[in-house]
Design a protein around this ligand. Sequence first.
Ligand SMILES: [Zn+2]
Length: 404
Amino acid sequence: MITPSRTEPTRKALLIGASRYRRHSYGDNHPLGIPRVSLTLDLIRAYGALTEEEFQVSRKATPAELEWFHTREYVSAMQRCEALGKVYDRYRQRHNIGNFENPYFPGFFATPATATYGSIQGAERVLEGFMAFNPAGGMHHAAPDAAQGFCFFNDPVLGILRLRREGLRVLYLDIDAHHGDGVEAAFRSDDQVMTCSLHMDTSYAYPFKGGGIEDTGPLNNAVNMPLPKGMNDDEYRHVFGRLWPAVLEAFRPEVIVLQAGTDILGPDPLGKFHISTQLFLEVVERVINDAPRHSDGTPRLLVVGGGGYHPLMLARCWAGVWGLLSGRELPEAIPPEGEALLRAVDWDQDEEEDYFEDLFTSRLDRLVEGEVRREVRERVDALLSAHPALVRGGIMLEKTVTAG
Ligand SMILES: [Zn+2]
């Protein structure tokens, strides 16, 4: 009898990438100047967990596609900067580019445009009956006319707009450590999209405004769960376990877009939470299991990347996400080729920590005991009892009659 390999896919999922992510972007002194998508793909391949059929190459989004959301002036400014090899002052001032936050780098237009098309392409594959994962995406802060928070083009918005063209009701869930402000703002006036973001309270974290429990938007289609520093696994499980069923019940989506930034993971240098890789994957698995289905049972789910500034944590975590999406049971031990890849990354920020060596040999973390603080319980209680859509449960948005 032949035992099937544990790395055979059991679900219909596609992984979207491009060779240009191998080039150095953002520059040496930027938190995103680290290997992310390329390291993730290499680690997945070291596990033997990606077939040629499952891998999709993304092209660049065209200006016309980017202009579904972005202004023509901004898109052409990005193109001109790439052609000129620098950012003019008038562009810097108007579009918030060419500064430390959103620096110039070779491939200034092409790289974010490719990451952006990946989310449109992912939406199209979802429409065709697959799950899709675009780890280069998730740039949730970008605004129509400006870069914000390391994000040039807002690929989650464009992916959602592609799904909206088919008339689908889209639930956007954002588990990045930062508030998904750009996506929320984009759909303020579309009651067929609900955005739900769990994040570091903006009283102490970027973007330093918005994202409060009371920020529900004029149509009550925004759900925001601001959380205190130091969130542990038990706390996050408690909050998510209460909030998620209420959101699903209230909105009843036809498709889900998940922004899976990894900066909630404990060792992340910019995040202030202490979430483990295991708990992150538990949340992703719950989303997969609860997603609406195609007729063959495949979840209607697009996953995009997002923040994550610890390359080793990020690659381990997103390899695990791909394992869940494609229905593979990846071994906990990182295979020798994978360990060599991770050790080759120039990363020593937490070299003194006792978990450091584990980062190279296991894709999971040592679990830390935690308790659920009263403040955390109270916050989720407050959201569930105050949000108009969640209180009424299911009656909002279902069949909105447009006046006039
Ligand atoms: Zn983030």
